[in-house]
Design a binder for this molecule. Structure first.
Ligand SMILES: Nc1ncnc2c1ncn2[C@@H]1O[C@H](COP(=O)(O)OP(=O)(O)OP(=O)(O)O)[C@@H](O)[C@H]1O
Length: 734
């Protein structure tokens, strides 16, 4: 199957993080927006970065909030600042109107000047004209006006001058120096409001950590222990805060101390090389069996994700092309062999493990279907044999030396197998290749025989990995972003792993020690063909097992049976292939591709792979007859082409958001985790919703939507409750 038929952006070529800083989506509003909400919505205007028009007030717009972080760095927000300030004036005007006795909203009534430089800034001066009938002699009148200003602007104002004859009031911003404290960043004000709302009035912020203007953490004490004892409620608080705050947040609860710390989640690195550590006590495979642990990745706190095969015997690895799946499989293989375990590899793609044929303790890499069928049969027989030894009382589980078997690209293997089996099947053979039943049996029972499977596949397909089969693979890693269906298959939760940044190769969801799935960065395995003098090569050499304990093996292809009556020889059957004889590679140099006798050493790879050679044309450098080489891929390609003609098979997809349906309109509150939205309307850059939308507790009438970009930038946007937004949903079968 030809690679790269779609124009999907390859992970590993990250977009520029968080660039350009974007204004919020211009959201079309439904004609039901209530004016009642307008004053409340205006409260959000201080950080309003985008707007939707309010019905009945064409000049007035409802701001949406956008706060963001770019891979840990602030996502500054740009846009039409002047427009936003104008909108803010409009909101304040609307809110003040009842106090000013004005009948018509006129922009000359409230004038804001001398804006501070922040986004969108605060007016240092506010001039208000009011109607002569306004109750300006009422002692409470001015404080009510100030209260409106304070709550709309989230800043303190005071009366600078009052000219009753001209019906004018002048207000000034109370500066930082005047308040003797620092004006808290808007995100802090939002967080504090939400926390008070969620935890109750006893919640007190005791510590705030800022990085410049960016809020990093808030520590809160409270006396709401009883309310917070329920984990469900604590989870909700964590989710609401993470949704409302820019970036990805978490809560660390001290239930005994009645304290909680809300903090920005640490950002996972984009690449972590497998640390070169030689395991200890590898002399006797039986002695250290239970201690064997395979580090695969790190979590956001830098803790290692470890696979203990003695506890969780089988592992499953899923991930699309380019997600780093192969590298992770190499990480596992490299470490098992460091422990001295023998490894057998089924390489369905034929090239992913080719270079491991010379890696110490890798006994065989089966690249062709007949070899793969033979490999699975032998593993299954070994398992059955070990069971028999236990039954006969001749051995116990503790006598078995472990074996690790890699079944790489299992879906690909499965479809190749069906195709091959259809050609080879003879009368009396079962309808389906018995190999699949053998794999299922291994998945169920291999643990007791200390045979450990690492099954990798592009997609966790329900057809062969449903229910019981999948449950046997207790240790799981899903590489890259999942579709909701994939997330259900892997993690039984349609929201897990669906918002992973696509441009981060090696980013994955993995089973943590407590059995729960967490986001991780998988270790990266050095390129096995790294340049001689490179650091990557040094790393590779430090990982390579010092000793090869297990000899390499070859599978002897069965021969056609000669017809003694002189007729056509009978080709080998499935049974012959499955039961093929195995031998030491050193005994059969004729079958060993690495011996040189099989002829592979003698070739010049560059020449052999040249376009000229593939066309069967000889060049002046290499004169002489040149026959067109046999291309094994040709058959497969022809078949793909036939499928495409019939409307199936591969399609050319020019959309880089492959797997997502075209945009449809959706209410902000109906967004679900995994949906794509645009932060900047029409910019074509879609980000993924990573938390269920929540009511914005700091801006009533708004819905907070938390998002994540392909390059791991993240943020939160607040949208008017009843507005519709364009959304792209993962396709059903993606
Ligand atoms: N953990 C990782 N961290 C960072 N980069 C990685 C990681 N793993 C792999 N890469 C890089 O990404 C590229 C693709 O990796 P890999 O071949 O493992 O992906 P894959 O999912 O197996 O893709 P394919 O199915 O096309 O082989 C490699 O060139 C490698 O350099």
């Amino acid at each position: 199957m030809p690679a790269a038929r779609t124009l999907q952006r390859r992970p590993g070529t990250p977009r520029p993080p968080a660039a350009p800083p974007a204004p919020a989506a211009k959201v079309p509003s439904r004609p039901t927006t209530h004016l009642r909400d307008a004053g409340l919505l205006a409260a959000a205007g201080v950080a309003g970065f985008g707007a939707a028009p309010l019905v009945g007030y064409p000049g007035l717009e409802v701001p949406s909030l956008l706060l963001g972080l770019g891979g840990g760095a602030a996502l500054a927000v740009t846009g039409q600042r002047t427009k936003l300030r104008r909108e803010l004036e409009d909101k304040v005007l609307e809110a003040l109107a009842p106090l000013l006795g004005v009948r018509h909203l006129d922009r000359r009534i409230v004038k804001m000047t001398k804006w501070t430089n922040r986004w969108p800034g605060l007016p240092a001066k506010v001039r208000i004209h009011y109607a002569p009938g306004a109750p300006d002699s009422d002692p409470m009148w001015k404080s009510e006006i100030l209260a409106v200003l304070d709550s709309r602007m989230l800043a303190r104002y005071e009366v600078a001058r009052h000219e009753p004859r001209r019906c004018t009031l002048w207000l000034t911003l109370v500066t930082k120096e005047q308040t003797e404290g620092k004006e808290p960043p808007y995100s802090q004000v939002r967080a504090e409001r939400a926390i008070t709302e969620l935890i109750g009035p006893t919640a007190k912020v005791t510590d705030v950590e800022l990085d410049g203007e960016e809020l990093c953490s808030l520590t809160v004490t409270h006396q709401a222990g009883a309310k917070l004892a329920a984990s469900g409620y604590r989870n909700r608080i964590e989710r609401v805060i993470s949704t409302m705050m820019p970036g990805r947040w978490r809560a660390v609860w001290d239930l005994e101390g009645d304290e909680v710390r809300f903090e920005v989640r640490p950002t996972l690195p984009s690449s972590v090389w497998l640390p070169p550590r030689a395991p200890e006590d590898t002399e006797d495979l039986l002695r250290n069996y239970r201690q064997v642990k395979i580090p695969c990745a790190i979590d956001e706190d830098g803790r290692e994700i470890l696979w203990y095969p003695a506890r969780v015997p089988q592992a499953m690895l899923t991930g699309g092309t380019g997600t780093g799946k192969t590298s992770t499989a190499h990480v596992l293989l490299g470490q098992f062999t460091q422990y001295g375990w023998p490894a057998w590899v089924l390489d369905a793609k034929r090239v992913e493990f080719l270079d491991f044929r010379t890696w110490p303790n890798v006994q065989i890499v089966a690249g062709s279907i007949p070899q793969q069928v033979a490999l699975i049969r032998r593993v299954w027989e070994l398992m059955e044999y070990r069971y028999q030894l236990i039954e006969e009382g001749k051995a116990t589980v503790n006598d078995f030396e472990p074996l690790v078997v890699f079944l790489d690209e299992f879906a690909e293997f499965r479809s190749n197998l069906f195709e091959w089996y259809a050609q080879i099947k003879v009368k009396g053979d079962p309808t389906k290749p018995p190999t699949l039943a053998e794999v299922a049996s291994l998945a169920r029972k291999a643990r007791t025989a200390r045979i450990h499977l690492v099954l990798s596949t592009q997609r966790p397909d329900a057809e062969f990995l449903g229910g019981e089969m999948r449950d046997n693979f207790g240790f799981r890693i899903s590489m890259g972003r999942l579709s909701p269906q994939g997330a259900m298959m892997m993690w039984e939760n349609p929201a897990v792993g669906v918002s992973l940044p696509r441009a981060r190769t090696g980013r994955a969801t993995a089973t943590h020690e407590d059995g729960k799935p967490v986001e991780v960065q998988c270790y990266r395995f050095p390129d096995i063909n790294a340049d001689e003098d490179s650091e990557e090569r040094q790393l590779l050499e430090s990982i390579r097992p010092a000793e090869a304990r297990w000899p390499r093996l070859v599978i002897v292809p069965p021969e056609a049976q000669v017809d003694l009556d002189g007729g056509e020889p009978t080709p080998p059957t499935f049974r012959d292939y499955a039961r093929a004889v195995w031998d030491l590679a050193e005994n059969r140099p004729d079958l060993d591709p690495l011996s040189g006798a099989a002829g592979e050493d003698a070739v010049d790879g560059r020449e052999l792979s040249s376009t000229m050679a593939s066309l069967g044309i000889s060049t002046s450098d290499h004169p002489g007859p040149c026959s067109r080489p046999h291309l094994r891929l040709v058959d497969a390609l022809e078949q793909d082409a036939a499928e495409t003609e019939q409307g199936g098979g591969l399609t050319w997809d020019l959309d880089e958001y492959v797997g997502y349906a075209p945009p449809v309109s959706c209410a902000a509150r109906d967004l679900v985790v995994g949906d794509l939205i645009q932060i900047e309307d029409g910019a074509g850059e879609w980000v993924v919703v990573d938390e269920p939308p929540e009511e914005d507790l700091a801006a009533p009438g708004m819905i907070a939507v938390s998002w994540r970009g392909d390059g791991d930038e993240s943020g939160s946007i607040s949208l008017p409750d009843d507005n519709y937004i364009e959304v792209r949903r993962p396709e059903e079968d993606a």
